[in-house]
Design a protein around this ligand. Structure first.
Ligand SMILES: Nc1ncnc2c1ncn2[C@@H]1O[C@H](COP(=O)(O)OP(=O)(O)OP(=O)(O)O)[C@@H](O)[C@H]1O
Length: 246
């Protein structure tokens, strides 16, 4: 087995001293395609933010065995301000920050690459549109185009298919599968268990503590899913029913 790209060592991340992720240890292998699944409030987004260095561990650590610039990160849509007055093309060009000049001047070549990325996600002709005028699905396509331009080796996606239509989901899933085919490491927080089972060979099942991490068919077992639900009920009095185990 090759050296992992990310190692979690007894990772605990807290908000105001309340742990949202407890004592998590394990590794992501290069080229792996992993879903992070678990109930609401399980610590999935917190884990991605800790991997990206946006949150500091209360205990333990995250080791990156690659450069920070090798990482591409798509936060949850709710965390992104779409009122910022910027065009679709400029939003995609922001993905080019690794090679942009000192004053952010973009070469013609970069603009051409950004246009190609927009065409790849089906948004040819949208270059001059303001991002605030796009539908949720179109905006998610723009963010995928930005990741395409960034050309990151490790890609972290936080609920990339939530609240977008079936066709957009299918198109963006195709891009995720292509990234995997290229040998990139992809980690995605997902709520749709059918999507996880159909497209993600590895799963990390989290309920603040680790329930399972490995091949999806093994990790998404009835026993593990019931355990994750039971743990969620202990921290949420109003927990909704979890998906019945397959
Ligand atoms: N900024 C914050 N300040 C305080 N508590 C937070 C903050 N962000 C998250 N939490 C809490 O940490 C816990 C884990 O939240 P997190 O968003 O990581 O879960 P999640 O698994 O991504 O949930 P969901 O599936 O609902 O998006 C929750 O109890 C949440 O309320």
């Amino acid at each position: 087995m090759s050296a992992p790209v990310i190692r979690l060592d007894n990772l605990t991340v807290s908000y105001d001293r309340h742990p949202a992720v407890h004592h998590l240890s394990g590794t992501f292998q290069p080229g792996s395609l992993t879903a992070i699944a678990g109930p609401n409030g399980a610590g999935k987004s917190t884990l991605l933010k800790a991997i990206m260095g946006e949150l500091r561990p209360a205990e333990g650590r995250v080791e990156h065995l690659m450069q920070r610039t090798d990482f591409g990160y798509l936060p949850q849509a709710a965390d992104i301000n779409r009122r910022f007055p910027i065009s679709v093309l400029d939003t995609v060009l922001l993905g080019n920050w690794r090679s942009a000049g000192a004053f952010g001047r973009m070469a013609k070549r970069d603009t051409a690459r950004a246009r190609t990325a927009l065409a790849t996600v089906g948004l040819e002709g949208f270059e001059r549109r303001h991002i605030g005028s796009l539908s949720a699905g179109q905006f998610q396509r723009v963010l995928f185009a930005r990741l395409l331009l960034q050309d990151a080796r490790i890609i972290l996606l936080d609920e990339p298919f939530t609240a977008i239509d079936t066709r957009t989901t299918r198109d963006l899933l195709d891009i995720v599968v292509r990234w995997h085919g290229d040998g990139r490491t992809v980690i995605a927080v997902l709520h749709d268990f059918a999507q996880v089972r159909a497209h993600f060979p590895e799963t990390l099942l989290l309920a603040r503590r680790l329930i399972g991490w490995g091949p999806t068919q093994e990790v998404m077992s009835s026993v593990n899913l019931l355990q994750a639900c039971a743990m969620a009920e202990r921290w949420d009095e109003d927990a909704e029913a979890c998906e019945p185990a397959a």
